[in-house]
Design a protein around this ligand. Structure first.
Ligand SMILES: O=C(CO)COP(=O)(O)O
Length: 248
């Protein structure tokens, strides 16, 4: 049985004061029956760890190399050293802002696995790709290239985040979400076998809010959510966590 996961991606938002929201969340969900993860900006990781209680803290990216002359980058081992136990990789904003491709994402994921970080690998199609009915081809190609052979249910989570749903208030209908999640599950089972293929958790991300969380969590092969904007305030994220607990 896959344990559900509610994950928050603060992106380039939040400062010391936002840690109060994290502390509130940690208090409110001290006995959570689902896994919780918050990925704040790297500058806040160490302090976040000290007020996160049962909530895992993760980074939002890492470099593929263990160390070296890479100004401004952070290695997987450095994230781990700061207290992070997870990392988001291949988010569409990094693919777009930093020209990251799936080959790079796979190398980063290898490094994250080597540093013992839970690795949340993001996939998603653009609106043009969906309208051209290329969604499953795009997701299949991103999945094949971005996920390294070292993936297991313990070290890897896949997040399906349609680019057109991120920060827009638009959400695919539940049939569309189910189609992609079932497809990802089938591809994972085909590549890794039923054991590993069925144990990797699949998150949906893109405009998840307290109002739509329960209907999204009822979709087959949705094991939780990767939440952006609504993860910044405990008042928004907490009902999403509760909806996931109710669906488990
Ligand atoms: O990109 C996302 C999480 O990684 C989703 O962001 P929003 O929830 O703000 O749409």
């Amino acid at each position: 049985m896959r344990r559900k996961l509610a994950a928050g991606n603060w992106k380039m938002n939040g400062d010391s004061a936002t840690l109060d929201e994290l502390a509130t969340l940690a208090q409110r969900h001290a006995e959570a029956s689902v896994d919780l993860l918050i990925c704040p900006p790297a500058t806040l990781i160490s302090r976040a760890v000290s007020c996160a209680g049962p909530i895992r803290i993760g980074g939002q990216d890492c470099h593929a190399a263990p160390s070296g002359a890479h100004t401004g980058d952070i290695s997987a081992a450095q994230l781990r050293d700061a207290g992070a136990t997870a990392v988001i990789l291949g988010h569409s904003e990094r693919r777009e802002d930093h020209d990251e491709d799936s080959d790079q994402v796979r190398e980063k994921a290898r490094a994250a696995h080597a540093a013992d970080l839970l690795t949340v690998i993001c996939l998603g199609e653009s609106l043009a790709q969906r309208e051209a009915q290329n969604t499953l081809d795009i997701i299949g190609a991103q999945l094949a290239l971005s996920v390294p052979d070292s993936a297991t249910g313990e070290n890897t989570v896949i997040a399906y985040e349609p680019i057109w749903a991120i920060g827009t208030g638009l959400v695919p209908d539940t049939d569309q979400i189910g189609e992609v999640h079932d497809f990802i599950r089938a591809r994972l089972e085909r590549r890794f076998g039923a054991g590993v293929g069925r144990s990797v958790r699949l998150l949906y991300g893109g405009s998840v809010k307290p109002e739509n969380a329960a209907s999204i969590f009822a979709v087959s092969n949705v094991d939780g959510a990767l939440v952006g904007g609504a993860s910044l305030k405990a008042a928004d994220f907490s009902p999403i966590v509760s909806a996931l607990e109710a669906s488990a």
